[in-house]
Design a binder for this molecule. Structure first.
Ligand code: SDX
Length: 434
């Protein structure tokens, strides 16, 4: 019998069941309901998984009330201040910060996988050049399952490691080539003399006709954005990857499903939606208060993009960090930068919303997407590439969770049940009698 239990009593029959309480390192304990159906004949019902833990994990911890985010126990503020995205990749994948020798070996291994199979180029050439970059990412990452399917044994640790390294190494090349294709410029091949983030910016903005050196401020800002977006426990896209992978599916195909989920405006698509919203506000000439009122109006579909979060009922700690970088970067660009008006609008929106009872009562605060879009815009990243950058960062989170699930000897295929409210049994009527 577990140390602690919770007793559920069916008041209709008086039947009781004692359910074990499982304690974690941090955060709420959970009630193991595995025997509930067998003992009492009930399923639990929790659409959106508001109060449901889908798994046990050791990767990321979030406390929504305190606004805490830790990767493998390390606070996001410390990692943002002192680490690099590639070091965070190692930490998320392996659970510990690497020493210098281990990190160098990890970086060298990744550099051996930055190229795509040349036949992958044909996938890009098949798209309209106005295709949304996220549609192209879904397709090309999924297509990797056609190139590496026979080389992956999801039950073998080395094979899982190889798939993880391939994805982390290749996704920057794939993301940069998506951008190059949409702007009609030639693909730029990776330069392994550059660090991970510089190489990505080089493949994005480099041209065969001239030298390109990414500014250190841009490299640092992009590195920070990738660190902040690297993982976030069981969000919609990560849960998608874990569920898809639980059937033993190819990890590249499982990540393609995760990219599809991230694309939604309620999730990773919010950074693009924030800029669209801010630009609409600026263009409309309407006051920010007018838009705040629309966001509060139940009859209006309008929501403040970049506000609210399923877990954070306090400031998103990532938003706090990225807000400062936003100001620093725009200050460096100087007053005449074309993005200052967007930032000023965002700051006014934030100020008014944080004082408004509607948002305060619902604990709706700015989330990471509220500011990331402004930074990416200031870096010259086109709007339709914002969620691709998010997907690039979250690749390590997705594949770390996939690895965690697939390396669990007790892992089973995810198969939720339902509350069925459709038609009761009825007999077929031939079409001539209907
Ligand atoms: C990300 O899960 C993750 O961890 C995601 C993420 C990650 O790193 O993976 O953090 C990244 O996706 C951040 C969230 C980005 N999305 C947006 O910024 C889109 C705008 N936000 C909302 O769509 C919403 O806040 C969600 C989707 C983020 C959360 O939705 P919930 O938890 O289902 O909350 P809800 O819809 O039940 O809202 C509760 C109340 C409702 O009002 P009432 O019914 O109580 O009257 O708050 C209102 C909502 O109408 N509300 C908003 C609002 N968000 C919620 N009202 C106006 N504007 C908003 N943005």
């Amino acid at each position: 019998m577990a140390d602690r239990t919770v007793t559920v009593t069916d008041n209709a029959t008086g039947k009781k069941v004692n359910l074990p309480v499982l304690d974690g390192t941090n955060g709420p304990s959970t009630i193991d309901i595995g025997t509930l159906y067998k003992e009492l004949g009930y399923f639990t019902y929790d659409p959106g998984y508001v109060s449901t833990a889908s798994c046990e994990s050791k990767i990321t911890f979030i406390d929504g009330d305190l606004g805490l985010l830790r990767y493998r126990g390390y606070p996001i503020e410390q990692l943002a201040e002192s680490s690099t995205f590639l070091e965070v990749c190692y930490l998320l994948l392996h659970g510990e910060l690497p020493d210098r020798q281990t990190f160098d070996a990890f970086e060298s291994r990744l550099k051996m996988h930055t190229l795509l199979d040349e036949k992958m180029r044909r996938f890009y050439l098949g798209f309209h050049n106005n295709s949304h970059p996220m549609a192209m990412m879904v397709a090309t990452v999924g297509a990797m399952s056609a190139f590496y399917h026979d080389q992956i044994d999801v039950h073998d640790a080395d094979s899982r490691e190889s798939a993880a390294n391939r994805l982390i190494a290749k996704v920057p090349t794939m993301a940069a080539w998506v951008y190059k294709y949409t702007v009609g410029q030639p693909f730029v091949y990776p330069d392994n003399n550059l660090d991970y983030v510089s190489n990505f910016l080089y493949m994005m903005f480099g041209l065969p006709t001239m030298d390109y050196q990414p500014s250190p401020a841009f490299v640092r800002a992009m590195d920070l954005i990738l660190i902040l977006h690297a993982d976030h426990e069981q969000n919609a896209s990560t849960s998608t990857v874990r569920l898809a992978g639980s059937s033993g599916a190819n990890p590249y195909a499982a990540l393609s499903a995760g990219i599809s989920s991230l694309w939604g405006p309620a999730h990773g698509g919010a950074n693009e939606a924030v800029i669209n919203m801010l630009e609409d506000i600026v263009r409309s000439g309407q006051s920010v208060s007018y838009y705040i009122e629309r966001a509060k109006d139940k009859d209006s579909k309008f929501r403040l993009m970049g506000f609210g979060h399923r877990v954070y009922k306090n400031y998103d700690p990532r938003a706090k960090i990225i807000r400062e970088v936003c100001h620093q970067l725009l200050a460096e660009l100087g007053e005449n930068n074309p993005h200052q008006q967007l930032l000023d609008t965002a700051m006014e929106l934030e100020r008014i919303a944080l004082e408004d009872e509607y948002f305060v009562a619902r604990k709706l605060y700015p989330n990471v997407d509220f500011y990331s879009g402004i930074i990416l815009r200031a870096m010259g990243i086109p709007l339709n590439m914002f969620t691709v950058i998010f997907a690039l960062a979250r690749t390590v989170g997705w594949i770390s969770h996939w690895k965690e699930h697939m390396s669990d000897p007790y892992a089973r295929i995810g198969r939720p049940r339902q509350l069925y409210t459709g038609a009761d049994q009825r007999d077929y009527v031939h079409i001539d009698q209907r």
